[in-house]
Design a protein around this ligand. Sequence first.
Ligand SMILES: *Cc1c(COP(=O)(O)O)cnc(C)c1O
Length: 350
Amino acid sequence: MSFRLEDNIRENVKNLKPYSSARDEYVSSGTDMIFLDANENPYENGVNRYPDPQQRGLKSLLALQKGISNNQLLLGNGSDEVLDLLFRAFCEPKEDNVITMPPTYGMYTVLSDLNIVENKRVLLTSNFEPDVDTILQTVTKNSKIIFVCSPNNPTGNAFSQERIAQLLENFDGLVVIDEAYIDFSESPSWVSQLDKYPNLVVTQTLSKAYGMAGIRLGICIASEEIIKVLNKIKPPYNVNELTQQRAVDRLKDLGSVKDEIAGILRERKLLKEALEDIDFVQKVFPTDANFILAQVDDAGLRYNQLLQHGIVVRNRSKQPLCKNTLRFTVGTKEENKNVVRVLKTLTNQY
Ligand SMILES: *Cc1c(COP(=O)(O)O)cnc(C)c1O
């Protein structure tokens, strides 16, 4: 493998002079100062000042918990912003391409369309694993990113580590591993492998296991060199003050997060077993996430029947390899009980 970061950065990004905000230019040392540099309203209300563009407090906590340095972190307004920054930093519109592996997270395609970057799709194998040989054959000199969603949405499984390693070792562009669901999985995070693979980028989020989808905090973890490139192009104040405060509070209370994850895993097992007992459920796929993909006799029928009982699941039937599948997010004990109770009453009538 011969990954060279320089060969992967867009020319305009290399030449860009980043916006320098007031808060970048002068960093407070903590002593009482008079700040007349950012045209803010001086009357204190908790959010009258611009937020820290580098989110130092929040990053220090994250760095400590993940065993990395602050300079290996970039935070965004959800992972969706992080993924968009990756496109904009590394993919030349109308020239470069990325590789995705359907069935997978829909945002990779939305972002490739938005950024006018070709999306080369290589289907997962029938047991929902990356088809490494076909992927490596599909790669061209303009392939810049392979998106690996593990555990994968909507299938739920974490991919084989050997297969992911093969991609990292044999691809000269970036391998972005989307670990939105890693905290529900027994597979280890790839964050521990960053020193070994210079082309590895890991994305995580507070939206799922950490229970904070509403604050929008996405996390990108990579080499300091890659983070430097992303920092150059990120909007200066992309993570707002309220989000930074709430995220810090939550990260200081990891015990609660872990308890909730444990509860969700217990419920996942019960829900999975209950689904396997429903007669119109034909297959329940293995899951390493906080949702379960199940194949049913008629997904459209079952989706509508559940809706009539006030239960909203996701019909994933239009995705390749996912014919007649519904995706059930694991809810509270109470919610799951209700879902199972309703599932047991459904008839074959429309
Ligand atoms: C939910 C999800 C995310 C989270 O996106 P945010 O913008 O951080 O809320 C990222 N990737 C995948 C695969 C997801 O399913």
